[in-house]
Design a protein around this ligand. Sequence first.
Ligand code: HEC
Ligand code: HEC
Ligand code: HEC
Ligand code: HEC
Ligand code: HEC
Ligand code: HEC
Ligand code: HEC
Length: 389
Amino acid sequence: MNSKGLSVSKNAVRLAAVALHLLLFGAASWAWSEPSGGQGPRVRWHPRRTPAGVEFVGDQTCAQCHKQTVAAHAGSPMALAMEPVASSKVLIENPSMTFRTGPYLYEIKREGSGSVYKVTDGKETVSLPILYAFGQGKAGQTYVLEYEGAWYESLVSYYNEVKGLDFTIGAPRTVPESLRKAVGRRLSERDVADCFSCHSTGGIVAGKLKLDKMTPGIRCEACHGPGGAHAEAARKKEPSGDLIYNPRVLSGDQLSQDFCASCHRGNDEFGLLQSMELNNVRFQPYRMFHSKCYSDDRRISCTACHDPHEPVRTDAAYYDSKCAACHAPKGRTPALRTAAKSQAAERPCPVGTKDCVSCHMPKLGPPEAHFKFTDHFIRVVKSNEVYPN
Ligand code: HEC
Ligand code: HEC
Ligand code: HEC
Ligand code: HEC
Ligand code: HEC
Ligand code: HEC
Ligand code: HEC
């Protein structure tokens, strides 16, 4: 698919892919600026734009001092955003998967410490080693392949819900026109840079793919920038805090709509994301922006509810205190007294006293995604409501 030839199609599913794959590097225009005089102010760091000359020291270095953070982060979804094929849980636990569409038969098969992606039309067969497995597989996993000298995204993906293969989100769900098309979507250089900058660390430097420098998943320095100088100063017991970027300096809105949204997608892309209809439910910064709860307040920013260093909490009760930071539970003094838009927030919920998110953040998703995302547009959900784009 070609980004120039793209008009807003009615096919929202397809748009989901287009959105994910083609359009990136959001509007935020942060640049990496060298601290003046070597020790300067905290620079701003854009998680997806590693400028030329920047070297990462890797998580093992951070682990020398931030042992617990590194250990907790290792099991977090972001650290697992790309699985090395040799140790891929999904590929090891599913050693043989098949899928059929029209005359095409697909098979993903474990062979030694690798996996092979095979597609045949009954006469000819294309057989390719899987190079990269994208996604931890909580919803699904998609494969990146090399075919005839170009990069391809697999036409079929693994979905956890069905424990097997189906069309990749956004791929046309029709019988492919040729064996080549049946392999998947050919990725442009730009597509490849986009994929690797959202799912790995250090692999894209100054917009160019540097696979020898790539670490799968979102690692410490993807969010904190290069840590070499910080580590060295800390080792010498010199002041080191200013030599590493801490997103804590951002306001709530900057954190949500610029920083986390550089990968999770935010309101900067309003027009496109709105046109995706239900498919935009997976873009949390965008969804949250449209909630009445949303403001620059840190209590409603991404890190109010998610520690980016840990696995996501799935117990609804965990989030009650987050809501209570602004909404008074029945019989208690409201916390939001001083805020401008405080009146409705101060009224206690007339319906529930716990598990707030179970009613106000419903789980939704298009059937092809085989996954229900949590709608971050916090609201009163009416029965039979039309999904608010
Ligand atoms: C030799 C020990 C050491 C190593 C290695 C180290 N840190 Fe630190 N880190 C520290 C200390 C000590 C502080 C507290 C500094 C302060 O408050 O002045 C700190 C603070 C931080 C902060 C908060 C900074 C602030 O003041 O806001 C971040 C973020 C951070 N480290 C990330 C990292 C990352 C990422 C790595 C790996 C690239 C790393 N550190 C490697 C010792 C270390
Ligand atoms: C460099 C890109 C990038 C940045 C920046 C980023 N994320 Fe993520 N995040 C991802 C990717 C990719 C995944 C999907 C991992 C997977 O499921 O395979 C993810 C997954 C998550 C998940 C868990 C999803 C799940 O289903 O378990 C949470 C929660 C999350 N991110 C929160 C945040 C927050 C909060 C921030 C900002 C502090 C942030 N992310 C910044 C790329 C990023
Ligand atoms: C703009 C950043 C961005 C780009 C570009 C991107 N992704 Fe993602 N991807 C994410 C984020 C954030 C998530 C987690 C939220 C979600 O599931 O949408 C994710 C989730 C996924 C998942 C589901 C993971 C799970 O937990 O089940 C797969 C599979 C995936 N991406 C594959 C790809 C592939 C393949 C490409 C390139 C062809 C790609 N992505 C490009 C940001 C991106
Ligand atoms: C997805 C982005 C992301 C990743 C990956 C990430 N961090 Fe952070 N980190 C943050 C954010 C955001 C904050 C500030 C939290 C807040 O908003 O209060 C932070 C804060 C910190 C702090 C300072 C804590 C404080 O109290 O200010 C340290 C230390 C730190 N991170 C270390 C690490 C280490 C070590 C790793 C790798 C294991 C890592 N981080 C990976 C986003 C990330
Ligand atoms: C008020 C609390 C709250 C805030 C703020 C919040 N989230 Fe969430 N988030 C949740 C809940 C609840 C879940 C569902 C957890 C579960 O049950 O799996 C969730 C799940 C997720 C997931 C997993 C995929 C999904 O849709 O279930 C991602 C990714 C995520 N959040 C990213 C973000 C980002 C990025 C931000 C900032 C824009 C953010 N969240 C802000 C409460 C919050
Ligand atoms: C930063 C403070 C803040 C947090 C945290 C917060 N809210 Fe709100 N919420 C508000 C404000 C402000 C309003 C709007 C009040 C008004 O319109 O006057 C609001 C409105 C609402 C409404 C009414 C929406 C509507 O469409 O009428 C609901 C429901 C709601 N919040 C639920 C929640 C739940 C559930 C959580 C936790 C997951 C939460 N809020 C977290 C500040 C917050
Ligand atoms: C069983 C589902 C359910 C649960 C659980 C629930 N709510 Fe509600 N909530 C509703 C419904 C339905 C309404 C709309 C009631 C109406 O308009 O008559 C509502 C309304 C609200 C409002 C708007 C009040 C107003 O006067 O405009 C807020 C704020 C709110 N809830 C917050 C919360 C918080 C915080 C929690 C957790 C302590 C919570 N809710 C738990 C279903 C629920």
